[in-house]
Design a protein around this ligand. Sequence first.
Ligand code: GLA
Ligand code: GLA
Length: 693
Amino acid sequence: MTPASERHWLRPPSDDRPASFAYGADYNPEQWPREVWKDDVRLMREAGVTVVSVAIFSWARLQPAQDRWDFEWLDEVLDLLHSNGISVDLATATASPPPWLTTLHPEILPVTRTGETLSQGARQHWRPTSPVFRKYALELVEVMATRYADHPAVVAWHISNELGCHNIYDYSDDAAQAFRDWLRARYGTLDELNRAWATSFWSQYYGDWAQILPPRLAASHANPTQQLDFKRFSSDALKDYLRAEREVLRRVTPHIPATTNFMVMGETMGMNYPDWAEEIDFVSNDHYAHPGPQRLDELSFSAALTHSIAQGKPWFLMEHSTSAVNWQPVNVAKREGELARDSLVHVAHGADAVCFFQWRQSAAGAEKHHSAMVPHAGPDSEVFRAVAALGRTLETLTPVTGSVREPARAALVFDWESWWAVERDSQPSSLVRYRQEALDWYSAFLALGVRVDVVTTTADLTGYDFVAAPVLNVVPLELAARLDAYVRGGGHLATTYYSGVVDENDHVHLGGYPGALRDLLGIRIEEFGPLLEDVEVRLDNGLTGTLWTDRIDVTAPDEVTVLARYETGDQAGRPAVTRRAPQGGGSAAYVSTRLGRHGLPEVLRPLLSGAGVHSELPAEARGLVELTVRTDGSQAYWFLVNRTDEPVAFDAVAGEVLSGPAPTDGGGLVLPSRGVAVLRLASGGTPFRDTSA
Ligand code: GLA
Ligand code: GLA
């Protein structure tokens, strides 16, 4: 049999129809009486649903007591789906342990930093490192895999669910033991650990591994390297759990690919997903929009990051919402057009599957106010009509499946370690928000209409003309050397305040900031100048800085141009933005304050033109329309997404409109409010007449 990793995961092996988009949802039939199931599959067909994720929270239903199993209902559901041509992404069902298990073994419950034990009664109340939990969970995985190995509906395994959503940080005794083992593997000897953790500070020297604990609530700031290592460990501990489930599945059902749904969105920082991606057969992601001025930017940013985590391969949008969620402070409904537009932004960034949480809106339980494909109002509703319309749109986009996102010429570096590092306690400013700064840079690219890839620090940067790496705080010498070589080789780099400061052990690179990047940037900073929350400074280019300033001295005056100076504040007269352009190389720019999404485009525009990177959109569409390109090598698919509530007109476009509004008589295109067009043309071409200016 073809190995799972080489086969297309959208189709069962027996199905030789060409690949198409997968479309569907989480399906929780156990919440409904049998009579509803028939109605479900009928409506699924009406909506164009091809795949559903089943049994995610079914453990208590499948194993109602330690020695009792009940699979008949699930057999029936899978048969019913299969006979209606709907594939199943089958959960291993381990996400939420049943009450009998937590009653029998309360030692599987997670413990918080402040020492409280979390109770059963919600979901995901298990310790990632608990050997007892693992024994029961893996038994369930084995039973599931064995029972459904040959069920024709099953096209993929869905391992657990959103690993780490609620239990990423556990401070229990199991965690302490696993943390020690992890540290022993990382450092080898206690001497090494004591050096890395700088335990000569505050009398923290460890003389025995058994003395080491997770960073539980302490009298003051916990050791910062211990904190950073605990974040690394916690991500690794869950990854190890993921691997344990996957091992069982690979052994019992090597022909079925396995995935787990990541949460590349918002503030989900605990799981270092780029580092997890190797463990699964294809990447899936859950994304929920966060209302606010950067709602759509954030959606696109997360999708671009997911594409990069999937290493350029098509990925699976496992969950998003048809309308409101239930877990934000105020749960805003989607406006007309947003259901389809949000989905297609993910598709533009490489998703070959579009799924929702969930199929039928629950009548009871904590998520009864969360939208679904079939809302409380029933199928006679705007939401269901929009759902069915999206099903038809995806069908017209069938040729796009399997194509991949065409690499951009600019990249934005996103680094989990820097994210973890700058948002701990005991920093120069507690106001720095790593992901927000990265998102603001992404917004600036969108505002300028320039396509950008989001990449991690391990990515090969040499193919990019321009690389932005904001707040790159953790810079091991090896990374500094690669950035140096990138610029020497002709690349153009831009970085910001609080970059280059520490190494992988959180030890400061001495001699002045930005430490490891000091020589590359040709500047030296003796002291940081963070700003109080309500303080702003003016720059001589008309922009305003907040959050941070630096006391910059230029150390390579022949090669460094000061692009902007501070006009007000403690650094008045000193450089605010600099650019070093060494002979025969590229350039390295430094932005020492927070300019935000409105100010950054002003600084980014000249840096991009200096790197020869220009927008591929006509001038009048920049900022209003997001452009993403997918390609299969011979055909290119240009996704044009109207980011605004007004129509956007292009006076002429070439290529075939695969989906979206029909061309005007003059060969132009009018994208309606929140509308999306997908144009097909030969790879390497452009649909636009004029993209100069
Ligand atoms: C997550 C979970 C789902 C559901 C949704 C609600 O993504 O995986 O089970 O709780 O959130 O938004
Ligand atoms: C987190 C997740 C969401 C959802 C909520 C539910 O915020 O990111 O997907 O599951 O929890 O509590």
